[in-house]
Design a protein around this ligand. Structure first.
Ligand SMILES: Cc1cc2nc3c(=O)[nH]c(=O)nc-3n(C[C@H](O)[C@H](O)[C@H](O)COP(=O)(O)OP(=O)(O)OC[C@H]3O[C@@H](n4cnc5c(N)ncnc54)[C@H](O)[C@@H]3O)c2cc1C
Length: 436
């Protein structure tokens, strides 16, 4: 039996309700105060702040507007980085670690204000979230994480729960306990980006999709952008190309490792099964190659995600793998077919932290890894404010002073590093799971 529906599509499920647009103009209109390269969550939020501050702004994207990772993701809205406070402090010291952890809470609060301010509905819903421990060692980490968070964290209310309680609360069996995260939200990423793009249009931003920026040349306080539809000059440039960064931005190519994450959507699921396993609840396992399941915002279908590896890029192959992961987590879901499977590209800096930097007059904002919807909204807005000359209170970020390390070796190797990195994670998962 095929696990793919006869209507299977290799495109983002979010695009069904919110198809990305080509843009508002076919070509640039003279010169601009600010040019933004990349129309994801970061680029659009930066453009919005700048246009509201009275600047003439253009946004370029090599694909349709918002069609990068920002409309291909899981839509989770969480007040934390995937490196929890303990790891942030261990890597960067107590002061920086605490500052960065705090920034993710501020970013979470900031994102929630955006739809209200611009009057759109991205279907934000509260979901309780359970992380499922695949080994006793993983459960011990959850216990330690929750203790640290309770002791000197930000009051996020994380609670470890043992195997029996996990089974009672989720119906899911075969794990060694879990971590319960109460204050987590999720949204429809397509509607969110559509709402921000519409706010940009209302503020007068020129959006030019399917127009790659090929090269940038600086000099005399302005930058010339050579694009697929001609040259344009701008006094300031914001680059927010993240995992899709190409030869136009060698500075980023030397500093980011791109990685594909895969996501799929199922056909409508029996409401009784949804009520039993996914009543406004997301499940994610503790493996480094994490797999996760969430309900769609209307509660009728499931979305199943995970990392790729050395399996090539064929969405159908990944769909079959995600189906197996789904059934391994909740065997009762066997037989439910997948209607969509797609990937998005995110980018990992060497230190796993977001980076904002200004080099040769160009502002770069990248590296939000798998947690970019809140942080990207916030950082885009802050750097927009900074260019407008806003006070520190509205423009400083916790990552301003961080060094942005260069990845050793030629950047042509980065895709290979990415695949090897994922395989290394898979190998470590396999090792951990042997120790049951
Ligand atoms: C499957 C998946 C699940 C995820 N789940 C979550 C989640 O639940 N919660 C969360 O917060 N985050 C999640 N993320 C991460 C989140 O999607 C990203 O961190 C975020 O979207 C990055 O936004 P961005 O603006 O930096 O880049 P993108 O949205 O990737 O935008 C970059 C844009 O730059 C354009 N571009 C690149 N080069 C050029 C050029 N030369 N000229 C013109 N345009 C160019 C690209 O076409 C692209 O549209 C997930 C990501 C994936 C892939």
């Amino acid at each position: 039996m095929s696990v793919l529906s006869s209507q299977f599509k290799p495109t983002s499920y979010w695009w069904e309700a919110a198809p990305p647009i080509d843009g508002t103009r076919a070509a640039p209109d003279g010169n601009y105060d600010v040019a933004v390269v990349g129309s994801g969550v970061i680029g659009l939020n930066a453009a919005l702040a700048l246009a509201e501050g009275g600047r003439k702004v253009v946004v370029f994207d090599s694909g349709k507007i918002g069609s990068g990772a920002s409309t291909r993701n899981n839509g989770s809205i969480v007040p934390f980085h995937f490196l929890h406070q303990e790891q942030l402090e261990a890597r960067f010291g107590a002061e920086v670690g605490a500052r960065v952890a705090r920034m993710f809470v501020d970013a979470f609060e900031h994102l929630l204000k955006v739809p209200k301010r611009y009057g759109f509905d991205p279907m934000i819903k509260p979901y309780e979230r359970f992380f499922l421990a695949c080994s006793p060692k993983h459960y011990a980490h959850y216990v330690a994480d929750a203790a640290l968070e309770g002791e000197r964290g930000l009051g996020l209310g994380w609670k470890p729960i043992d195997k029996a309680e996990l089974e009672r609360r989720t119906g899911v069996r075969g794990y060694h306990g879990g971590l319960h995260i109460p204050n987590s939200l999720a949204m429809h990423s397509g509607l969110y980006i559509q709402g921000v793009a519409q706010a940009c249009i209302a503020a007068g931003v020129d959006l030019i999709g399917k127009c790659r920026v090929l090269k940038m040349r600086g000099g005399g306080g302005t930058t010339t952008l050579v694009t697929e539809r001609g040259e344009v000059r701008a006094r300031e440039v914001v680059v927010a190309t993240n995992g899709y960064s190409d030869g136009a931005v060698p500075y980023l190519k030397q500093r980011l490792i791109p990685a594909r994450l895969y996501l799929s959507a199922t056909e409508p699921v029996d409401p009784k099964l949804m009520e039993r396993f996914f009543p406004d609840r997301q499940l994610a396992d503790s493996k480094r190659s994490m797999g996760w399941i969430r309900p769609t915002p209307d509660g009728t279908r499931l979305m199943v995600g995970g990392r790729g590896g050395m399996m090539g890029n064929d969405p159908e192959v990944h769909a079959r793998k995600l189906y197996q992961d789904m059934v391994a987590m909740v065997p009762e879901l066997a037989g439910i077919k997948l209607t969509h499977c797609w990937y998005g590209v995110i980018a990992f800096p060497m230190d796993f932290l977001p980076h904002v930097s200004k080099v040769d007059g160009i502002h770069y904002i990248v590296g939000c890894c798998g947690v970019g919807m809140c942080a990207g909204t916030y950082l885009g807005n802050r750097i927009g404010n900074r260019i407008l000359g806003a006070p520190q209170a509205d423009s400083a970020t916790a990552v301003d002073d961080l060094r942005f390390p260069r990845i050793p070796g030629p950047s042509a190797m980065n895709r290979l590093y990415s695949r090897l990195g994922i395989e290394w994670y898979n190998l470590r998962d396999w090792w951990d799971l042997r120790q049951k």
